[in-house]
Structures are given as structure tokens and as C-alpha cells.
Ligand binder design. Structure first.
Ligand SMILES: Nc1ncnc2c1ncn2[C@@H]1O[C@H](COP(=O)(O)OP(=O)(O)O)[C@@H](O)[C@H]1O
Ligand SMILES: [Mg+2]
Length: 247
């Protein structure tokens, strides 16, 4: 089994509210190779934009309740586009929205994912608003979902698809001389800084989730989804440019 997380940075333009990258979604839906795989996708500008302005990760307040509702609507819209293209490619995807079954702190209900996989479906889930016993509501990133699912289901490999070639020693979008790292481990000193709002910690948050997965003894790979063919190659197990995350 594979778990693939496609970042919001790939399928949306993170700098513009609700800006979808339809051609990329179309291509990735084609490249997706469904051998017992689960697809997780990020929110990009369908989530982080409003979540950032209204501090949705800080918790539910009287004045931001409607904003959770709007974010949930926007995410569902992005998700529908992705499902649409998977279906057009003959891939039987079904969404299990996190907010409908999960509360922070509870054991992750992964059994439903297995039930769908056993029936030949591709379960899809996305970074989402979530019930929170302390804060009322909060946000759970696709990267965190990848960790929870990996812990429960022990896939062969978890592939993180993002908008850069892998992990660099520093942000490649800020520094021209950033160096791509073929492998990273906890010993490596990596610099992170973002340009776009990402309420779940951007590459640094992703790194935490990836290291936690690597510590379970599961193969973790970061690849660039903007380059044609890389997702397919990574899914079939061929060599592909990227970064392997070690414990
Ligand atoms: N050391 C680093 N190596 C790679 N990318 C980095 C690094 N530091 C910051 N970044 C930024 O992290 C971004 C990817 O994180 P994010 O926007 O959260 O992606 P996703 O939407 O896939 O979760 C890249 O576009 C890059 O600009
Ligand atoms: Mg992110």
C-alpha cells in the first residue's frame, strides 16, 4: 500500500484565494497509479488564505464560526475537482472527509479506509477543519493525516508531492544557491522559511510529520508534482529525483 499526499502548493496557486491549477490536477489524476493507494491532498489557497486571516487554527470563536463553514465549503469544492478528474481517468475515488469522523485526540478511525480499499476504491482525504476538544475547532494538515494513516496502516511508502524538487538546505524559492538533499535525517541542519501563508507550518510542519513517519520504519519520499512523470515513477517504484527522509 502507498500513501500519497499531494500538496496544496501543487494543485492551487497559494498566492491567490481559491485559485485552482486545473491542468496539473488533470495530469496528476492521470499519473496516479492506484495499487492499494490512499490519496491525501492539501488545501492550498482554498484553505490557508481564510484560515490565516481569521486565525482558524487558534480555535472557534463567536466571530469566526461562519469562516469555518466557508473553508469547509471551499475545501469540498477543491476536493470535488480532484475526484472528478480521477473518475474521468477511470479511478474509483471516494472521499472520506476528516471533519465528519474525527476529533483531535481520539484514535484515528482508519478502518473505514481499509474497508474501501478492500472493495477496490481509492480513499481520498484532505487537510481539513477538525473538531477539537480544547479549542472547539482547529485545523489538521494533510501532512498530519499522512502520519496518522501511516501509523495505523503501515504502508510500504509515503510520497509527499510538493512544488519543489525535494528538501533543500534552505528555501529554494528564496535562495538561488540552495542545495537539494538526496536524503535528510535528524542530524541535518535545514533552514525553513515560507513566502505564503501556511497555517500548518509549511515545509517545517511537513518535516515533522515526515520524520515521525520515518521513525516508524516507513520509506518517505518528497518529490516535485509540477514536473511531468515524477508522481507516476515514484508510485511504480522507479528512481525519481527527490529527497528520501530518514529517521
Ligand atoms: N529547506 C526547504 N526545502 C524545500 N522547500 C522549502 C524549504 N524551506 C521552505 N520551503 C518552502 O516550502 C514550500 C513547500 O511547503 P508547502 O507550501 O507547505 O507545500 P505543500 O502545499 O506541498 O504542503 C516550498 O514551496 C518551499 O518554498
Ligand atoms: Mg503545506
Amino acid at each position: 500500500m502507498l500513501i500519497v499526499k499531494i500538496g496544496g502548493s501543487v494543485i492551487t496557486n497559494k498566492g491567490k484565494y481559491r485559485k485552482i491549477r486545473e491542468n496539473i490536477i488533470k495530469r496528476l489524476a492521470y499519473e496516479f497509479y492506484p495499487n492499494d493507494s490512499i490519496l491525501i491532498h492539501g488545501a492550498g489557497s482554498f484553505g490557508h488564505y481564510l484560515a490565516d486571516i481569521h486565525h482558524l487554527n487558534d480555535g472557534l470563536k463567536e466571530e469566526n464560526r461562519l469562516e469555518y463553514s466557508k473553508v469547509s465549503r471551499d475545501l469540498q469544492e477543491l476536493n470535488t475537482k480532484i475526484i472528478e478528474y480521477l473518475i474521468r481517468n477511470g479511478k474509483p475515488a471516494i472521499t472520506l472527509p476528516l471533519h465528519s469522523f474525527h476529533m483531535v485526540g481520539e484514535e484515528f478511525n482508519y478502518r473505514r479506509f481499509v474497508d474501501y480499499i478492500q472493495r477496490g476504491f481509492i480513499p481520498v482525504i484532505y487537510g481539513d477543519i477538525v473538531l477539537d476538544p480544547k479549542k472547539g475547532m482547529s485545523i489538521c494538515s494533510g501532512d498530519q493525516i499522512a502520519f496518522h494513516l501511516a501509523k495505523a496502516l503501515r504502508p510500504e511508502r509515503v510520497i509527499f508531492v510538493t512544488d519543489v524538487d525535494g528538501i533543500y538546505d534552505k528555501n529554494p524559492k528564496v535562495y538561488d544557491d540552495a542545495i537539494l538533499l538526496e536524503t535528510v535525517s535528524s542530524k541535518d541542519n535545514i533552514q525553513f522559511d515560507g513566502i505564503f501563508p501556511d497555517v500548518t507550518g509549511s515545509m517545517e510542519g511537513k518535516m515533522r510529520a515526515m520524520r515521525a513517519i520515518a521513525r516508524l520504519g516507513i520509506d518517505v519520499l518528497v518529490i516535485n508534482g509540477l514536473v511531468r512523470g515524477r508522481l507516476r515513477r515514484a508510485m511504480v517504484g522507479d528512481y525519481v529525483k527527490g529527497t528520501r527522509v530518514l529517521p
